[in-house]
Design a protein around this ligand. Structure first.
Ligand SMILES: Nc1ncnc2c1ncn2[C@@H]1O[C@H](COP(=O)(O)OP(=O)(O)O)[C@@H](O)[C@H]1O
Ligand SMILES: [Mg+2]
Length: 190
């Protein structure tokens, strides 16, 4: 059951641990309500910048995202600016792609990603642009299996996928779960 979006919402955030079902829920809202979806994943730094910062091995952690750029784009959306075009994350390339998602100047926009409720200045600036934030939860064993499957689908071996989940995704999942109490609504998925 997908909860109703509160009327008058300009920006709805969906957060939750990696693999919990954020992107799938956002896509379901697009189908049901015709909302536009802006993924936080579009604000991954490109590999070229991660290498410059010495962060290539931590890709997916909070410091590997352009949180300032994300907050600035959400501010433009909130202001009802015309011609806002958000970046997407291209999963085959595993790179962000600028100028990929046109954002309507009116109506509800959903944005989804791991770190919308992180208690750090650069992420609080993101939260400040959102009207409402939902936190999605899914049984950990199911979530981890789906996460491994997704990594395999995009090119990792099962062993590489499990190692990546254990060393990168799960520490990030714990950071995200620690933010649960700041959500306006917790949505249990299955
Ligand atoms: N209800 C479901 N049943 C089976 N697989 C699902 C379901 N919901 C999501 N998935 C799959 O689980 C994986 C993680 O979901 P996703 O929405 O990508 O999570 P997130 O965006 O939170 O990381 C994806 O491969 C997705 O296709
Ligand atoms: Mg996702």
């Amino acid at each position: 059951m997908i909860p109703p979006v509160p009327s008058g919402t300009r920006l709805l955030g969906i957060t939750g641990a990696p693999g919990a079902g954020k992107s799938t829920l956002a896509a379901a809202l697009r189908e049901r309500d015709g909302v536009a979806v802006v993924p936080m994943d579009g604000f991954h730094y490109a590999d070229v910048e991660l290498v410059r910062r010495g962060l290539r091995e931590r890709k997916g952690a909070p410091e590997t995202f352009d949180a300032e750029g994300y907050a600035a784009l959400l501010r433009r959306v909130r202001a009802g600016e015309a011609d806002v075009v958000a970046p997407m994350f291209e999963r085959d390339l595993e790179q962000p792609l600028a100028g990929a998602i046109p954002v309507p100047a009116t109506g509800t926009v959903v944005t989804e990603g791991n770190y919308l409720l992180l208690d750090e200045p650069r992420w609080r600036a993101v939260r400040a642009q959102l009207d409402v934030v939902w936190h999605v939860v899914l049984d950990d064993a199911v979530r981890i299996e789906r996460l491994v499957e997704r990594h395999v689908r995009f090119g990792k071996t099962p062993e590489e996928a499990r190692a990546w989940v254990a060393s990168v995704d799960e520490p990030n999942a714990r950071l995200v779960e620690a933010c649960r109490e700041r959500a306006d609504l917790v949505v249990e998925l299955s």
